[in-house]
Every structure is written in structure tokens, then in C-alpha cells.
Design a protein around this ligand. Structure first.
Ligand SMILES: *Cc1c(COP(=O)(O)O)cnc(C)c1O
Length: 433
């Protein structure tokens, strides 16, 4: 099946922009973002669902505004993310902070002020609780707790946040200590939270729902909210499969209805999608700078003006992103969703950094490989799909002194809006003395 992720409107707008503005740039589609938000807001649920956008996936101000405008809250992974969301106009009471950080000095003061303004805070370790316990007690602030469930799932080992190789959340071996401090200080836990990893197996996700409910019932008799984290897998490539969030929602709904039948407790469900909202809502648009080869025994290379400094997931996780080769007049010359095209060749796609690993075609053993594409010409555009999440926000920016790319948003009214200016060389060096 031909499944165009790149729409006609997107191609037209991307080419219009790329012909006049500097590449590379990120290009996001508001319509797709909102469709994904609505799927989360309308997820099957028993006693209410509140989806929070994991803003680390893409932290641009206008992106946060579009998503929270749909009714979603925010999941923040650092105090700075909370402050950044707040600068974008999001009130602290819409934000949940779940972090590895333990705050001291001025950061602790900031946290306290935000808590008074309604920020929701998940305790992820004994030290975190220690640092805030007295304050929470004095101000009758109830907290959440992130539990390390002992099971995890991720698209790769480094994205599994629930197994023994990752230390996110209060581990079950530490939970009695944490509970005894909570009791000493009379602190109520209102929310139980887990996040088992990104892009993982839906079966593990289901198992985690059951496990998390049993932990909530065992330890936290005042909790009213159960947060299942994010990690809904999104298919970027034609051979990948997305998680079925309807199905996960239905599973959670049945489980929470059973809790009600057995205990009379109506638990509100939260989820924290990042990838799901943004991954396929964005592209990285690059231009083909050069075509090279390493001889008859070697490979054909396409050199782009954007690589590891703008998109790093392939280097970190050996992730694959789909490529669309688009001519300067807007014709799609190569499309990985079109399997009928027999004129494709084996091509290595690389960035422009002085780093032999700066390739967008990396296989699971971290070596460079080829992909089937039609050979583009210099000046054609290569549009990288699935680049809305963890690309702009997680790239190896400024390597080889390249500026961070601009970001554009294709709005619902079909106007394209610049939402982040391209960084300048002056900005790269401005703090150097
Ligand atoms: C990263 C993260 C998420 C989002 O994960 P996705 O795979 O992008 O959906 C949700 N919750 C927490 C606590 C996270 O750290």
C-alpha cells in the first residue's frame, strides 16, 4: 500500500520555502499535530483521561502552544522545561515535573515557588523527597511518585527506562523508605506514575498497566490519578508498525473499571505522549550538496546539508527515517513508501560534518549501510520524514559550527509561519570570552 506521509500541500509548501530560504530547516504540520492530540484526548477511558505532552520531544514555543491549546497538559523532564513552558504561557498547574534532578539552592527555591503556584511534582528518588518533604508538609502540598516498575520496553536498550539498567523512578527496593518518610511528614501521594520506555512493545505496556495498578492499590490509598507514561510506538518507516492507542486505552479502561468494582476507587488516567504527537508531524528539509562515490568496489553517496547536527536519532539509536527526494519544481523523484519504483539504487546518505559516522543510513550494528533511492541531482531536496520528535530538541547542535536550523509551522489555514529563526554564527560564539 502506498502510504504517503508527505502530503501534496506539504510538498508544495516545503519546495516554495526551500527554494528561497536556507536549508536545512524543520517543517511541522499543525493539522497532523492536532489530529494526534485529539486521538489522545479521546482515548478510551474509565473515569477521565488527561494526556500530557512530553515536551522534551519538541520544545519549541509555538509547538507547545498548539498542543496545549488542544487541551493537553505538559510533562516536563527538568525544571528548565517547566520554566520554558511557563514562558510560553502555560500555567504551572497544567505541568507535571518528572525529573532525575535533585534541586538545591536557587533551583530548589524556584521549585518551591512553582509548587505554590500549582506545579505537579513526581518524586523520583528518596533524595528528591528529602529535599522537598518539609516544605510539602508545611504547605499541605500533595505529590506524585514515579515508580520504577522493574519491567521496561524500548525500541532499543538505551530507550528502555524500566529495567535494571536504568534508574528512573523510585525502585521497588527503595519504596518502603520513601513511604516511611512520606508518613512521617504526612504527605499525601495523589498520583502514581511509571514510564517504561520509548517506542516499546504494546504487550509490555499492558503488563505495566496491571503492575502499576497493583502497586497503587498496595501502597497509596489516597491516590486518585494513575499515570501510565508515554512511549507509544510510532511507525516512521513503511515496514514499521505503530502502537494502537485505542487498544491500549481500552485495556486500561477495563482494568480501571475493575478497580472501581473491587475497591470503589475511580482513578483518573494520565498518559504522556511525546513521539506519538510529533514524530510524523515534522520533517527535516535538506538540499543535496554533492554526489560522490568510492569506486566500483565502493558506494554511491548523497551528501546533504543537514546531518548529525540537525538529526541524531540514527546515530544514537540506529533509527531509520524515511527519505523523499523532491526536485526543485516539486516532483517526488523517490519515495520509500512507493514499492513499485524499480529504478532505485543502493545509496549511502550522509551529512556534511567531518565525522565518518555522520550518516542517515546506519544499521543496527552502527555501521553505515545503503538505502534504496533514486539517485538525486545536486540541488534536489531530500526531505527526511518522522523528524518532528527528538530531532530539533535532541540534535548534536553546533558540531562543525553549523547553526541550528530554522523551524516552520504549516498552520491550519495553510499559511507557513516561521516559529524559530535560524541560529546565527554570532549566536554560536556569543558566550565565548
Ligand atoms: C520521554 C518521556 C515521555 C515521552 O516518551 P515518548 O516515547 O516520546 O512518548 C513520557 N514520560 C516521561 C516521564 C518521559 O521521560
Amino acid at each position: 500500500m502506498k502510504n504517503y506521509s508527505l502530503t501534496e500541500t506539504e510538498i508544495t509548501k516545503i519546495v516554495e520555502l526551500a527554494r528561497v530560504e536556507s536549508t536545512p530547516f524543520y517543517f511541522y504540520n499543525e493539522r497532523k499535530i492536532l489530529e494526534n492530540c485529539n486521538k489522545c484526548i479521546n482515548m478510551p477511558n474509565a473515569f477521565g483521561v488527561f494526556p500530557r505532552y512530553a515536551m522534551k520531544a519538541n520544545s519549541s514555543r509555538q509547538i507547545i502552544k498548539v498542543i496545549t491549546g488542544s487541551g493537553m497538559g505538559i510533562d516536563a523532564s527538568s525544571l528548565n522545561e517547566v520554566l520554558r513552558a511557563n514562558m510560553a504561557g502555560i500555567k504551572p498547574d497544567k505541568i507535571l515535573l518528572t525529573s532525575q534532578e535533585v534541586y538545591t539552592k536557587d533551583k530548589l527555591e524556584k521549585l518551591k515557588n512553582l509548587l505554590l503556584e500549582g506545579l505537579e511534582y513526581n518524586i523520583c528518588s528518596y533524595s528528591q523527597l528529602e529535599s522537598i518533604a518539609e516544605f510539602a508538609c508545611q504547605n499541605s502540598i500533595s505529590l506524585g511518585i514515579r515508580i520504577h516498575p522493574g519491567i521496561g520496553s524500548g525500541e532499543s536498550a538505551s530507550r528502555n527506562t524500566g529495567d535494571k539498567y536504568s534508574c528512573f523512578g523510585v525502585h521497588l527496593s527503595d519504596i518502603e523508605n520513601v513511604i516511611s518518610l512520606l508518613n512521617q511528614r504526612n504527605i499525601v501521594i495523589k498520583r502514581v506514575h511509571t514510564h517504561i520506555g520509548s517506542g516499546g512493545d504494546p504487550l509490555t505496556w499492558r503488563k505495566n498497566i496491571d503492575l502499576e495498578i497493583s502497586l497503587l492499590l498496595k501502597y497509596f490509598n489516597k491516590a486518585t490519578v494513575i499515570n501510565f507514561g508515554g512511549g507509544f510506538k510510532v511507525a516512521r518507516m513503511p515496514d514499521e508498525e505503530s502502537a494502537d492507542i485505542e487498544d491500549l486505552g481500552s485495556y486500561a479502561k477495563r482494568a480501571l473499571e475493575e478497580v472501581y468494582r473491587e475497591t470503589g476507587r475511580k482513578l483518573i488516567m494520565e498518559v504522556e505522549p511525546g513521539t506519538f504527537i510529533m514524530a510524523n508531524s515534522g520533517y527535516l528539509v535538506t538540499e543535496v550538496l554533492d554526489i560522490k562515490s568510492t569506486g566500483v568496489e565502493g558506494y554511491k553517496f548523497v551528501v546533504l546539508d543537514g546531518g548529525m547536527e540537525s538529526i541524531s536519532r540514527q546515530m544514537l539509536y540506529t533509527s531509520r527515517h524515511p527519505f523523499y527526494v523532491v526536485s526543485r519544481n516539486g516532483a517526488i523523484l523517490s519515495d520509500e513508501f512507493d514499492t513499485s519504483d524499480n529504478d532505485k539504487e543502493d545509496i549511502v546518505v550522509v551529512g556534511r560534518c567531518c565525522e565518518s559516522g555522520d550518516s542517515l543510513t546506519i544499521k543496527a550494528d552502527h555501521n553505515i549501510t545503503t538505502r534504496k533511492l533514486r539517485l538525486p541531482s545536486r540541488g534536489d531536496f531530500l526531505v527526511v520524514g518522522g523528524a518532528g520528535a527528538y530531532c530539533s530538541s535532541m540534535c548534536l547542535a553546533n558540531y562543525n559550527s553549523h547553526e541550528r536550523p530554522a523551524e516552520y509551522l504549516l498552520q491550519l489555514d495553510e499559511n507557513v509561519r516561521l516559529i524559530r529563526k535560524r541560529e546565527t554564527l554570532e549566536q554560536i560564539v556569543e558566550n565565548e570570552l
